[in-house]
Design a protein around this ligand. Structure first.
Ligand code: SF4
Length: 362
């Protein structure tokens, strides 16, 4: 296993010159860093930047987030997925207002007590914003550390993850001993680990020639880069088919809000149903559930998307109905095209909104 000194010093030196300029790296505001870390979970930096900038313009501090309407918060998050993260951000902001007098907590345990904050986020915020020697382990860090240390055991094993947390902790503690005035070595070191994983130590075809750890990397020396990290068996993807229908009545569109307990709860969508062996084309649902004649629909194509291991295909249709059509009157709402823009839709149904409006404008 390479020495901590070799890893830490090489990474810190590399980070000084190679760190990307990211908007949340302009200062050490814990609020902005926290928002960026939550947004970056399962989402790439280039996607997050415009979301983070819009969010910070509208909700620049804990107080504004705590007092914002939930619809505003969800709309700002629209397209990032995993909407519970946005709701947790707001609940955490309200907790900071109530329990910490609006002052962002620097204490690690207090950070961990916030909704939606786990050991990774608490470690990232306490090291980057407050300079504390707290470890981080996420997908990027797992890849870098398993390769550098030549760890072949499955990263699905809790023992492997425990060892990586322990290794990360010993590295950041070593970094803290290199403290120099004006430099946040703990924050820089943790960010250098994440940065190396995101830009150099890539899952496929890592850029080893540009890597500051190439001389000490065990996976490279042993020709094991292709098989480390050992991610274990992948979950099988499940193909699921849905039918969605854009119902238009006197220029308004029928939409419904997903209920709170569901995936994407609180977001809006067009009426849709999963196709089953009992109703393989959706004709039964269209007829008895929606009161529509399947032969009179026009096709709007297909929309594909994935949620965890579900690969979903939505077959989309459109129907203009007469002014007296009133199916789903209680469960749904009729919105004008301009209102469709203001409501927060799931990513798949946002694509349908665009198609429906374009199709109507033709
Ligand atoms: S040498 Fe290659 S595999 Fe090893 S840490 Fe660097 S980029 Fe990753």
């Amino acid at each position: 296993m390479p020495e901590a000194a070799t890893i830490v010093k090489n990474l810190l030196r590399w980070y000084l010159t190679e760190a990307r300029e990211l908007p949340w790296r302009q200062n050490r505001d814990p609020y902005g860093i926290w928002v960026s870390e939550i947004m970056l979970q399962q989402t790439q930096v280039k996607t997050v930047i415009p979301y983070w900038e819009r969010w910070m313009k509208r909700l620049p501090d804990v107080d504004r987030l705590a007092r914002a309407r939930e619809t505003t918060v969800i709309k700002l998050w629209e397209g990032l997925g995993y909407y519970s993260r946005a709701r947790n951000l707001q609940r955490a902001a309200q907790m900071i207002q109530n329990e910490h007098k609006g002052c962002f907590p620097s204490d690690y345990e207090a950070l961990l007590a916030l909704p939606g904050v786990g050991p990774y986020t608490a470690g990232a915020v306490s090291s980057i914003a407050f300079g504390q020697p707290r470890p981080i382990v996420d997908g990027n860090v797992i890849r870098v550390l398993t390769r550098v240390d030549g760890i072949r055991e499955s990263t699905k094993l809790s023992q492997t993850i425990r060892e990586l947390w322990s290794r990360s902790e010993s590295l950041v503690r070593f970094a803290s001993e290199l403290w120099r005035p004006g430099r946040n070595v703990c924050g820089d070191f943790n960010q250098s680990l994440m940065e190396l994983g995101a830009t150099v130590c890539l899952p496929r075809q890592p850029l080893c020639c540009d890597c500051p750890l190439r001389r000490c990397c065990r996976a490279r020396a042993e020709g094991m880069i292709e098989v480390i990290p050992n991610l274990g068996a992948r979950k099988k993807m499940i193909a699921r088919m849905f039918i969605a229908v854009v119902v238009r009545r006197t220029g308004r569109y029928l939409v419904r809000q997903r209920s709170a307990g569901e995936i994407n709860g609180g977001l809006w969508e067009f009426p849709n149903v999963e196709l089953t062996s009992q109703d393989p084309s959706g004709a039964v649902w269209l007829d008895s559930g929606m009161g529509l004649d399947p032969s009179k629909l026009s096709a709007l194509g297909e929309v594909k998307h994935s949620i965890t291991n579900n690969r979903i295909t939505l077959k989309v249709y459109c129907s203009d109905v007469s002014p007296d059509y009133c199916v789903m009157e209680e469960a749904g709402e009729w919105l004008e095209a301009s209102e469709l823009e203001r409501y927060a839709f799931t990513a798949a149904h946002r694509k349908i909104v665009r198609r429906a409006i374009n199709e109507n404008g033709r």
